[in-house]
Design a protein. Structure first.
Length: 205
């Protein structure tokens, strides 16, 4: 029988939880960016700060992996999970930055559906990270993330169809398509993280 030694040091789990909580912050800022009457410059500044915090936490995880003899699970999986979480923040930061740089005055109401999916994915991911320590009660997490990703895909297709309906000027279509694609990228990245968690759970079971 193969025995697994799981180190008592819980810092990895704490760092993954911190990183996921940065995503909750970022998703909230993304929602604010879409709200009418919000100060976009100030929101974008706060998003950059949140993205920087996420980068710092990601670097802390990598540094700890490189300085730890026994890790809680495979090093490659730790790198993949940290990178995947960081990618989500990057995509949300990109969407906020594009809204600001493109000076988009009016955003399609349908974008709120994508942002709601992102916010829910962020919440579920933040709730799941502490459970990596026990590897228990994670299946519902990746199943729900997969369901949300499918819903996000459908919303993405509807938004694209609306953009190309002829109701928008060509330049506006290009700008909005970039923003919507960034949001879709964030949703896809959440599913990638959930898949990584599932792979880790299977290996450690």
């Amino acid at each position: 029988m193969r025995l697994k030694f799981r180190p008592a040091d819980g810092s990895f789990y704490d760092l993954f939880t911190d990183l996921a909580n940065h995503l909750v912050t970022g998703a909230g800022l993304l929602a604010q960016m879409l709200a009418d009457g919000e100060e976009r410059e100030e929101i974008a500044t706060r998003m950059r700060a949140a993205e920087h915090d996420a980068d710092e936490t990601t670097h802390a995880i990598v540094k700890r992996v490189n300085s730890t003899f026994v890790t809680p699970f495979d090093r490659e999986d730790i790198y993949s999970l940290a990178s995947g979480l960081d990618d989500i923040m990057d995509m949300m930061d990109e969407a906020v930055d594009l809204i600001l740089l493109y000076e988009v005055k009016v955003l399609p109401a349908e974008l709120s559906n994508q942002v709601e999916v992102i916010q829910r994915c962020a919440e579920l991911t933040a709730e799941a990270m502490p459970r990596l320590k026990s590897m228990q009660d994670l299946e519902e997490y990746w199943i729900e993330i997969n369901r949300l990703e499918n819903a996000g895909d459908k919303s993405f297709r509807r938004i694209l169809a609306n953009l190309f309906s002829g109701d928008y000027k060509a330049i506006e279509v290009l700008k909005l398509k970039d923003i919507v694609t960034s949001l879709e990228g964030a949703i896809d990245a959440f599913e990638k993280v959930a898949n990584t968690v599932e792979q880790i759970a299977v290996k450690e079971s």
